[in-house]
Design a protein around this ligand. Structure first.
Ligand code: ATP
Length: 389
């Protein structure tokens, strides 16, 4: 091999080595990136591990605080177990009966919970100024008149009742099938009378806030007084006021206590006319008659499924802002929707709009309404198999 050939071979070898070096450098970079990723993963897992190892705390309510001993009686939520426990002097000064606290496995009080952020805020929905108006409600003229008479008149014009010498109605009970406008009616009165609307759902009281129903009912009336004039709206009242059953499970006892608290709040209710109570139920047949006595829910208003006239009005309300084609026959739709509730008519209009959008149109045609009707009727009958498309 002469000099030139050796030089060429060495050059080639050098080129190969540079290439291998570059490849290895790339691999090193990738490995470094991976190392950073894995480190982050380890950190995350370590944090998760720590979190899993710390034990959770339980909730309890302080029942009594002993004056000198730094001892308190607590009632644990969920199982209602009562315990006497020591508290650190740091906390004992701040604790009062009725406070909610977090406790550990050995019942030592860890923290005092802020009442404002707890149950009240979660269980009640407060609207200063609901936006529903009477004109938004279709087909319930008679019911609207009755609700206005029973709620609006005592709130706005209490002297009229005094002059005649009668007590204004205490509570109004709206009953009828789901989605027929009961909540809307209550909100519209609150809007018209410029009162705060406070809503609480009976079912939530017994399902989510076990052991606290009675306390929440008390809070509800307290809050209404703070925010007066106010309308208290208790939806699904059957959940807390159904007929007494024979069974004696603790769940029933709890529901009973919640109802007794409601009755006693209503009985002790000072009729100053600035707080009104409206309740709603789909299960009138299940209600305990005790809540219907005079001075309690003594005004019963049935909110039925809309008739053809009502359906026409409701359809008109919910299609008012829609671009509806000339071929849409509202009269025929009102006729064909026998058995539809207000809420279902609203979803009929929305679904029809969706069909138009799917077809890239802005105008909603009769065919869209027909397809929407088919869809809603199909979803409504549980026996029919659902089509896949
Ligand atoms: P639920 O018993 O299930 O609580 P509800 O009777 O309180 O039902 P709402 O919540 O008032 O029913 O109505 C649900 C929705 O249905 C409303 O937001 C409204 O859009 C529509 N709707 C129901 N009834 C009417 C009606 N009479 N007029 C116009 N819209 C209505």
């Amino acid at each position: 091999m002469d000099e030139d050939e050796r030089l060429a071979a060495l050059r080639e070898h050098f080129g190969d080595i540079v290439q291998v070096h570059d490849e290895l450098a790339d691999q090193l970079d990738a490995a470094r990136d991976r190392q950073v990723d894995l480190r982050e993963e380890v950190d995350r897992l370590q944090r998760e591990n720590e979190a899993l190892k710390t034990s959770s705390l339980y909730l309890a309510t302080v029942e009594e605080v002993a004056d000198e001993e730094d001892e308190v009686v607590l009632k644990q939520h969920g199982n209602n177990q009562e315990v006497l426990t020591d508290v650190s002097p740091r906390l004992s000064d701040r604790l009062e009966a009725g406070d909610r606290v977090a406790i550990n496995d050995s019942f030592a009080v860890q923290t005092l919970l802020d009442t404002e952020t707890d149950a009240r805020a979660q269980a009640m929905q407060v609207e200063e100024d609901p936006s529903v108006e009477y004109a938004d409600i279709g087909g319930l003229e008679e019911q609207t008149r009755e609700v206005r008479e029973a709620v609006e008149a005592p709130l706005m014009d209490p002297e009229r009742f005094e002059a005649v010498g009668i007590e204004p109605p205490t509570g109004v009970l709206l009953h009828g099938p789901p989605g027929t406008g009961k909540t809307m009616l209550a909100k519209a009165v609150a809007n018209q009378t410029d009162t705060t609307f406070i809503k609480m759902a009976g079912s939530e009281l017994v399902q989510k806030f076990i052991g606290e129903g009675a306390r929440l009912v008390r809070d509800l009336f307290e809050l209404a007084e703070e925010r007066a004039p106010a309308i208290i709206f208790i939806d699904e009242i059957d959940a807390i006021a159904s007929k007494r059953t024979e069974s004696k499970t603790s769940g029933d006892a709890e529901v009973q206590r919640t109802m007794m608290q409601l009755l006693s709040e209503m009985d002790g209710f000072d009729q100053r006319g600035d707080i009104s109570i409206i309740a709603a139920t789909n299960r009138f047949d299940m209600l305990d008659r005790a809540i219907l006595r005079p001075g309690r829910f003594d005004r019963l208003i049935e909110v039925p499924e809309p008739n053809v006239e009502g359906r026409r009005e409701i359809l008109a309300i919910h299609t008012a802002d829609m671009a509806v084609a000339d071929d849409v026959d509202m009269e025929a739709l009102a006729e064909e929707t026998e058995g539809f509730s207000g809420a279902e008519l609203e979803s009929l209009a929305t679904e029809a709009g969706m069909f138009a959008i799917r077809d890239e149109r802005t105008e909603v045609r009769m065919t869209d309404f027909e397809e929407a009707m088919e869809k809603i009727t199909r979803e409504d009958s549980p026996g029919t198999p659902i089509a896949f498309y």
